[in-house]
Design a protein around this ligand. Structure first.
Ligand code: NAD
Length: 247
């Protein structure tokens, strides 16, 4: 099950956290993985090294999703391999603050990376997936996009936006064999959440029936499922992996 041999996958934000775990998990199922990074080249190479050491296949590529130039870079990867089967759009940033203190620059940056970046990446990937009449696009949304969170108005807007993007692209490209889904993780132990205070952590854990923070590997397991042949009848869906925090 979930055999990804001969598949080529691009993971944006692949050098860390959920992207890193997804890259490793996809490669473990046989995919050749392009580990995308914006500035963390050494970290991306470490991920590719972990994959190679486990007998998998990987390369790294600079994929800064904050500019539409990322489309050219993804198109070049697809051309070089003659295919691009899987896109995992994991690149993301969080900048928190109450609305009245929200700076325009932060607002714009959140939209540029989290929302526009995922759309640019999807556009480039879908172009080559259409030719093959097969594709799997997986966008990293968030529980915060569904529930909202005080201090995360802009972040939540980008993550809710991705759900609309997934549903729209799912409708546009289902007839071409391309599925587009979102994953909405709850709170996951990565660099993004490591900055939380003990008090914030406690507040979150009180709201999670499973009673713990999730791991990047638990999100990556959902990525592998949605990337698989077996998930061909799942599209426009948001897969919640949140320990029951929101259901
Ligand atoms: P992370 O900070 O560990 O990793 C994010 C990655 O995105 C990093 O590798 C970073 O370099 C990269 N990135 C940032 N700006 C970029 C750009 N302009 N171009 C390309 N890459 C860029 O975060 P994470 O926790 O692994 O988050 C991955 C995704 O999952 C994000 O979209 C995040 O919003 C989402 N998410 C995370 C959590 C969580 O609890 N950690 C919960 C819900 C959703």
């Amino acid at each position: 099950m979930f055999d990804l041999k001969s598949r080529v996958a691009v993971v944006t934000g692949g050098s860390r956290g959920i992207g890193r775990a997804s890259a490793i998990a996809l490669a473990a199922q046989g995919a050749h993985v392009v580990v995308g990074y914006a500035s963390g080249e050494a970290a991306a190479q470490e991920v590719a090294g972990v994959i190679s050491a486990a007998g998998g296949s990987a390369e790294t590529a600079r994929l800064d999703v904050s500019s539409s130039d990322v489309e050219k870079a993804i198109a070049e990867i697809a051309k070089r391999h003659g295919r691009l089967d899987i896109l995992v759009a994991s690149a993301g940033i969080s900048i928190d603050g109450l609305l009245l203190r929200l700076k325009d620059d932060d607002f714009n940056q959140l939209f540029a990376v989290n929302l526009k970046g995922a759309v640019y990446s999807s556009r480039a990937a879908i172009k080559s997936m259409m030719r093959a009449r097969f594709g799997r696009v997986i966008l990293l949304s968030s529980v915060v996009g569904e529930m909202g969170n005080a201090g995360q108005t802009a972040y939540a807007a980008t993550k809710a936006g991705l759900v609309g993007v997934a549903k729209s692209l799912a409708r546009e490209y289902a007839s071409r064999g391309i599925t587009v889904n979102a994953i909405a993780p709850g709170f996951v132990e990565t660099d993004m959440t490591r900055a939380l205070t003990d008090e914030q952590r406690k507040g979150i854990l009180d709201a999670v029936p499973v009673g713990r923070i999730g791991s990047a590997e638990e999100i990556a397991a959902g990525v592998v499922y949605l990337a698989s042949e077996e998930a061909g009848y799942v599209t426009g869906e948001t897969l919640r992996i949140n320990g029951g925090m929101y259901m």
